[in-house]
Design a protein around this ligand. Structure first.
Ligand code: MRU
Length: 367
């Protein structure tokens, strides 16, 4: 069995996304080689996870750019149209900042390209396409490098501070290869600990209502042969009270300057339970998940998901018909409940080096 799962496969002109709605029972790749197909895959959560949706958006546009490049008179026209596609993709899901970060970075690339290059020359649409492919493929490759660095930073911090050769880690939602270009963020730290033989056990929550933990994280853990146990979200406090968890590591969809972190619904209650049991609680995320425009988490838009995702499982009804449903996809964990952030640039730990709480606009990385 191949040792690493791939949520996203790209060659110029063709984007294939692993349909995560069909996992863990079927591994089916969908052709999402246009902005419309990319939008639908993101909105319907065939691809999900903050870094993965940003990459899927970028690459669905890149595929289209490649396929229509010869239909455009010049690079300027194709560059302007590419910006329209990117802005459309930007509205597919609201909470993860990575999507906005990627689409604005690529819109800026288009603007610069149009002003810097002989954009109105005949044939320059092919040149624009080639340059656009290159930057999008770089984003994909960079994500894997960043995740490996996050994994190293997190594992090094835990090995140094937990004074335990082998530790048990609890994680939530899915932050692994399926949520990124590869390796994963929080799950990447677990992977790193496992590789260095410092992992005693991983616990993954079911992650109601959409079960990303039971369907996807459990799948990745089994696939990678990492010793792991699935628990329902409601079992976490009891598990902690039994002394079974040494640290909690989760991912992030958007982090404010003060460390307040939006992540999958249920993250906040894990942080409260961890605080009560004196268990360190970490967020593992690339620095692109930090939204420096936000002072605090109060400004983060929380996506509301369809009622059906709570009332049904895989189309099978579960709740009493007619009941009203509240289904926020994310919650915001206050920075005060977070012990530290594991990023590709290193670990940022609360209260270290004279910091009070977090100021992620001037992070002090652990040395
Ligand atoms: O609704 P989802 O499945 O896209 O939510 C995913 C999460 O909340 C992840 O924890 C987060 O995006 C980090 S993924 C590396």
């Amino acid at each position: 069995m191949n040792s690493s799962l791939e949520a996203i496969r790209y060659v110029p002109g063709k984007l294939l996304l692993l349909d995560q709605l069909q996992l863990p029972f079927s591994e089916v790749y969908l052709d999402c080689s246009s902005p419309e197909l990319g939008f639908d895959a993101i909105r319907s959560m065939k691809v999900r996870g903050a870094p993965a949706i940003a990459l899927a958006a970028a690459l669905s546009v890149a595929a289209k750019v490649h396929n229509v490049r010869l239909e455009f008179k010049n690079g300027k026209e194709l560059g302007l149209q590419t910006q329209v596609w990117l802005r459309y993709l930007n509205s597919a899901r609201p909470t993860a900042v990575n999507l906005m970060e990627a689409t604005s970075k690529l819109c800026l690339f288009c603007e610069k390209w149009i002003t810097a290059i002989e954009a109105e020359a005949a044939g320059s649409s092919a040149l624009f396409s080639a340059d656009f492919q290159r930057v999008c493929i770089e984003l994909l490759e960079q994500d894997v490098q960043d995740n490996k660095a996050i994994g190293r930073a997190g594992a090094a911090h835990l090995i140094r501070t937990l004074h335990s050769a082998k530790m048990a880690i609890l994680t939530h939602c899915n932050t692994g290869s399926l949520a990124t270009a590869g390796y994963g963020t929080a799950l990447g730290v677990i992977r790193s600990l496992h590789a260095s033989q410092n992992l005693a056990h991983a616990y993954c929550t079911e992650t109601r209502p959409y079960n990303q933990g039971a369907r996807l994280t459990a799948f990745e853990l089994v696939y990678e042969r990492i010793p792991a146990t699935l628990v329902t979200d409601s079992m976490v406090s009891y598990l902690m009270s039994l002394g079974k968890v040494n640290a909690v590591i989760v991912g992030a969809d958007r982090v404010a300057r003060n460390g307040d972190t939006a992540n999958k619904i249920g993250t906040y209650q894990l942080a409260v339970a961890a605080k009560h049991h004196n268990i360190p609680f970490f967020v593992a995320a690339p620095f692109t998940s930090v939204d420096l425009a936000l002072d605090s988490g109060a400004g983060i838009e929380i996506e509301q998901r369809p009622a059906q995702e709570m009332t049904h499982i895989q189309g099978v009804p579960l709740a009493a018909p007619g009941i009203d449903v509240w289904n926020p996809g994310f919650d915001v964990t206050p920075g005060q409940l977070i012990t530290g952030f594991f990023t590709e640039k290193g670990a940022v730990i609360a209260g270290q080096q004279g910091q009070i709480g977090f100021d992620l606009s001037a992070p002090k990385f652990e040395v």
